[in-house]
Structure formats: structure tokens, C-alpha cells
Design a protein around this ligand. Structure first.
Ligand code: SF4
Length: 597
């Protein structure tokens, strides 16, 4: 501030992540955008939340404070699916845990309010966005109120908030009071009433007491996620109303290009001496687009970034690649070019009329929509041009790919295998059992098997030794123990080895979390099995990792419970002991004696 000659800030950002001036992180991206709009902006990264003085270090800002927990919900960041405390934090120097509070948005907002009486407070980011209505909170195992009520913030900006943030700053700068700013797209607030066409969700009190009301609230809110046709929503919390304005419109190519051309220095704040794991992972990666139309039940990306793919222009991406190659540590390898789903670059809905009215949560489930434009032309050309860039020796695609799109993208598939896999391709079938993938809104076993066969065949033709690493989820709603036995057998039969298993975590706002809480599908009303006990979850995980010695006991128990002891011969290295050869029996003693001889 001193070197810029600023005596005060216009906007103070508070974030639970370390400060890394890179467009992959939301707070620095919004800060750079406001700076480009002429505002004086400061970022307070990981302040000591119990010390009010640490919030005053840059003084009281003129317009407002913008508060975020960081790139992750702070509870997801702090706890494992088994509710154990994590010992690390990828968004902190040295990977140290403990640099942000639990429920960081609430804690930071209280601290800002304490430090600067009467200053407008605006919350955003994943934590605030996905907790904007009454929501099930796994860590306290209860339905919590909207985070607007618990944080007492003046305004919540949900989703990718560039346009909302710029409009808010401009209106406050123009002299409007925050209490009168009721209608920004992508915002939520506490208001006495909304516009006439507002859709009322069941109240906090109703959804707390009744799972059917919870499901109905989820369904109604899901139906209003299309920014082209969404109506405002409201939800009563006792005598207060939460008003949720329709989502922000998707950014145009020009708007996106402008954001990614801002002068990010692509480095962490110079005050840090230790490495920041999340930065190490993305420092040589480039975001080509935003949004995802996959609509997987357990994922929040469609809820946060929207279903519309917003792609940058080729020129903008190539210019960024060039800037990356000038990074002092760059040695020729781009670690990723992609977005939430790499092979969605340049794709869109081909039918504007249908798109306006569309209420589908996914353009791919239960099968690809006939209106979806799936051409790989733009993505193939982009990758080709990046490969030709000077100083770029390798370009990897580390973002996930939707393999159910690849049959429509033969050239992309070939380019991926030939140039961008790097030995291992991570894909996420999540399960191979159709009734489970139906709950997850993922393609089923046949689509995955076809893809796997094609991948292996084509890799062989190309003379490349590369393999698929499948990502699978254990304990997902809809998955029974017997389903997981079948998954383990599938893995065994297809020579696939899982190295890491994601134990399902009911994170706020997702469809799978709604099912976890209510035990039924909010759209069909159908009851759905939910693995809840520690034992069942442990056995499901062990089945996916059946090849590990430490899994054996749980695998044996799972097979016994499912009456599938026969599967043990395939899954376990040594046969399941039957009665006559169990330790201590005459037969086993004879065997032992003869083997000693
Ligand atoms: S009409 Fe089809 S392609 Fe278009 S947005 Fe809806 S689901 Fe997607």
C-alpha cells in the first residue's frame, strides 16, 4: 500500500488459503479483476482469526470486505470422510494444517465485523455458495441454517462471482447502501420479500423436521439453476427470509479472455518460504474453460461453475502458455490444459431454444442429449497449437476426461493417447455397477468397458505402454456391499488396480448428500440404500483395495456376509480356509507337518 501510495483500500479480501497470485485461485482472480476496474484491493490471507488486530493490518476498507474460506469448504479441508482431523492442508505453506478455523466464513465474518463496525461484509467461495440455503452438514450431522443467518453477512455471492463482484463494487462506489442492493444476479441475502415470481422453498424448520420437505427443497432449487430461465428462490428461517437471486449469466469468451489476461505474477506471496502443495500442482497448468455438464451426483462443480461450458479463445490460451514458459522454474512441461472436465473445451448446447428452458442436471446422463454439440475440433486444434509452442516439450492433460464423450471425439482420443497421457490416464468410472452409477449419474459398466478396450487396443497399436488408473468411490449412496464385491471382481477380471479410494464424503449442496441425508432420491422419491456404519464403509473400501494384504480381513468378512466366499479364490492371493483346513484342524496340522519336513 505504501509503495502504491494508498492510504486506504477500497476492498479487503479475506481468505483461508495462502495468497498465490495465480488465476487458478478465486480470491486473487477477483482481486486482480477489481484492481483492473480501478479499485484499490488488498488480500488478507489466513489471518489469525482469534486476534482482531490481524484483520486491521491494512486498515478499514472504504467499500466492503469480501470473505471466503478458500478453495475448499473448511470442514472438508479439516476432516476426512471418517471425521478424523487431517494433518495437512494443501493450500498452506509447508502443507501445514491449522491455519484456518472450522467454518471459516462464519469465523472470519465475525472477526471483520468486530474489527470494522458497520462495514459491509460479503461472503463467497465454495463454502458460502453451497451453504446458501438450509443444508445438511455431515460434520454436525444436522441440518444447518443458511450461512447468511449464521455468519450475519450482508450479502452472499455464489458461483463464479466476477460479474456480481464488479456490479456490487460499482453500486457501492456509486453511493448505494448494501441493504438496498437486492437484485444482483448470483447473490443471496436476507430480505423481507422477493420479486413476485419468487419460488418458495420449504422453510428451514420444515426441512429440519421432514426429509421429504428437504428433498422437495433440493428438487425445487435444482430446477432453478439454469441462468437463462431461473426464477428467484426464497426460504423462510423463522421470521426471516433468505432470497436467492437467479445465477449469474455465463461469461462470454471475451469476458473470460480479459480475466485470464490480467497481470498475475503466477507466484505465491514473497513472504512465504515453504512450498505450497496446491501451487506446486498447478503452477504450470492452464485453464482452458469453466463449467461442467456432467452433473455427477457427488460433485459440486456443476452447482458452482454452472452447466454451460465457458471456453477461452485459442489466442488467449496460447498467450498464457507463452507467459508460463517465461516462469523462472519452467523446464518445458505443461502439467495440464483443461478445466473441470478436459474434453468439454469448446462444447455447447446446439439448440438455443431448448437450452433456455432446459432443466436437466446433466447433458450426458442418462445418455448424451441430442442437442449437445460434441465436436472435438476446437480441443484438438488447441492442443496441436500448444504442442508447437516454442519452449514447450510436453503437454499433459491431467484434468479428468469424460470417457462417455470420447466416442464422439475420435481425434481428441487419439491426440490424448499419443501426446498427453504420460503413461497413466486417470479416469473416474466411480463404480461399475449400473444401479450404482445410475444414482451417481455416471455412465455404466458397458461404456467404461468399451472405453478400456479401446484405450488398450489403440495404445498397443501406437506402441505405447500406458495404463488406466480408475478412480472409484466407496460408501456412495446406492452402493451395497454385494455391489462392491462385483466391482472388485470386475477390477480383477479386467486387470485394473486401484491405488487410491475416495471414501464418499457428504459435502454440502450435492445431490448425493441430499440422498445421504434423506435416504431417498429427491426426484423419483425412490428409497436408496446408504452405507452409514463404519464397518460397512470399511469393508467397501477394502474390497476396492482387495489386492493389499491389510484388506484381507475385511474382504473375507464382506464375502462371508454376502455369501460370496467363492469370490475369495479370485480376489485373495491365498485361498479362503475352509473348515477342514482351518488352523487347528487335523488336516491343517498334517499339512503344516509335511511342509516343515
Ligand atoms: S438441451 Fe440438452 S444439450 Fe442443451 S443444455 Fe439441455 S441437456 Fe444440455
Amino acid at each position: 500500500m505504501l509503495s502504491r501510495g494508498w492510504n486506504e483500500l477500497d476492498v479487503l479480501f479475506v481468505t483461508g488459503d495462502a495468497y498465490i497470485d495465480h488465476p487458478a485461485f478465486g480470491t486473487p482472480l477477483l482481486a486482480r479483476l477489481l484492481e483492473a476496474e480501478g479499485y484499490r484491493v488488498g488480500i488478507l490471507a489466513q489471518p489469525e482469526w482469534k486476534n482482531p488486530e490481524s484483520f486491521k493490518i491494512m486498515g478499514r476498507p472504504r467499500l466492503f470486505a469480501a470473505i471466503s474460506a478458500g478453495a475448499m469448504d473448511s470442514m472438508v479441508n479439516h476432516y476426512t470422510a471418517a471425521k478424523k482431523i487431517r494433518r495437512d492442508d494443501a493450500y498452506t505453506p509447508g502443507g501445514l494444517a491449522g491455519k484456518r478455523p472450522n467454518r471459516a466464513v462464519i469465523a472470519y465474518t465475525a472477526a471483520v465485523k468486530g474489527a470494522f463496525k458497520g462495514l459491509p461484509t460479503v461472503i463467497g467461495g465454495i463454502e458460502a455458495s453451497l451453504r446458501r440455503t438450509a443444508h445438511y452438514d455431515y460434520w454436525s450431522d444436522q441440518v444447518r441454517r443458511s450461512i447468511l443467518i449464521d455468519s450475519k453477512a450482508d450479502l452472499l455471492l455464489y458461483g463464479m462471482a466476477e460479474t456480481a463482484m464488479c456490479e456490487l463494487a460499482s453500486r457501492l462506489n456509486g453511493g448505494e447502501k448494501i441493504k438496498t442492493i437486492l437484485n444482483i444476479r448470483g447473490s443471496a441475502l436476507i430480505a423481507n420479500e422477493g420479486p413476485q415470481d419468487t419460488i418458495s422453498l420449504p422453510s428451514f424448520e420444515q426441512v429440519t423436521e421432514d426429509c421429504n420437505a428437504y428433498n422437495l427443497a433440493f428438487k425445487l432449487a435444482s430446477e432453478q439453476q439454469n441462468p437463462l430461465s431461473a426464477k428467484p428462490l426464497s426460504q423462510a428461517h423463522a421470521n426471516r427470509q433468505i432470497l436467492i437471486n437467479p445465477p449469474a449469466l455465463p461469461l462470454s469468451e471475451k469476458q473470460l479472455d480479459r480475466i485470464y489476461a490480467l497481470p498475475f505474477i503466477r507466484l505465491p506471496h514473497p513472504g512465504y518460504s515453504d512450498k505450497i502443495p496446491a501451487y506446486e500442482q498447478i503452477k504450470f497448468s492452464v485453464t482452458s474453460h469453466r463449467g461442467c455438464f456432467g452433473g455427477c451426483a457427488f460433485c459440486a462443480i456443476t452447482h458452482h461453475q454452472g452447466k454451460t461450458i465457458q471456453s477461452r479463445s485459442e489466442a488467449s490460451i496460447l498467450a498464457e502458455v507463452e507467459r508460463v514458459t517465461e516462469h523462472p522454474e519452467f523446464h518445458g512441461t505443461l502439467s495440464d490444459v483443461g478445466g473441470p472436465t478436459a474434453n468439454m473445451y469448446g462444447l455447447h448446447c446446439n439448440n438455443p431454444e431448448a437450452e433456455k428452458k432446459c432443466r436437466r442436471g446433466s447433458c450426458l446422463f442418462p445418455g448424451p442429449c441430442k442437442n449437445l454439440q460434441t465436436s472435438d475440433r476446437r480441443a484438438v486444434r488447441l492442443l496441436e497449437k500448444i504442442r508447437k509452442q516454442q519452449k514447450v516439450n510436453h503437454v499433459f492433460v491431467a484434468s479428468g476426461v469424460r470417457y462417455d464423450l470420447l466416442p464422439f471425439q475420435p481425434q481428441y482420443f487419439d491426440a490424448l493417447l499419443q501426446h498427453h497421457v504420460g503413461g497413466l490416464l486417470k479416469v473416474a468410472p466411480e463404480s461399475m455397477i449400473d444401479r450404482v452409477t445410475d444414482v451417481m449419474r455416471k455412465p455404466g459398466a458397458k461404456v467404461f468397458t468399451d472405453f478400456l478396450d479401446k484405450f488398450r487396443r489403440r495404445s498397443k497399436e501406437l506402441g505405447l505402454r500406458q495404463a488406466i488408473v480408475p478412480y472409484l468411490i466407496s460408501g456412495h449412496p446406492g452402493c451395497r456391499l454385494e455391489d462392491m464385491v462385483e466391482v472388485a471382481l470386475y477390477l480383477n477380471q479386467h486387470r485394473l488396480k486401484v491405488e487410491q479410494v475416495q471414501d464418499f464424503t457428504p459435502t454440502p449442496g450435492s445431490l448425493a448428500t441430499c440422498i445421504y441425508h434423506s435416504g431417498s432420491d429427491p426426484f423419483s422419491g425412490k428409497p436408496i440404500h446408504v452405507p452409514r456404519t463404519v464397518k460397512e464403509k470399511r469393508m467397501q473400501k477394502a474390497l476396492l483395495l482387495y489386492h493389499r494384504p491389510e484388506s484381507k480381513k475385511d474382504v473375507l468378512e464382506a464375502l462371508r456376509l454376502c455369501g460370496r466366499e467363492d469370490a475369495g479364490r479370485l480376489l485373495l492371493p491365498s485361498p479362503i480356509p475352509n473348515k477342514s483346513s482351518a488352523p487347528g484342524t487335523a488336516k491343517s496340522k498334517r499339512k503344516e507337518r509335511s511342509s516343515r519336513r
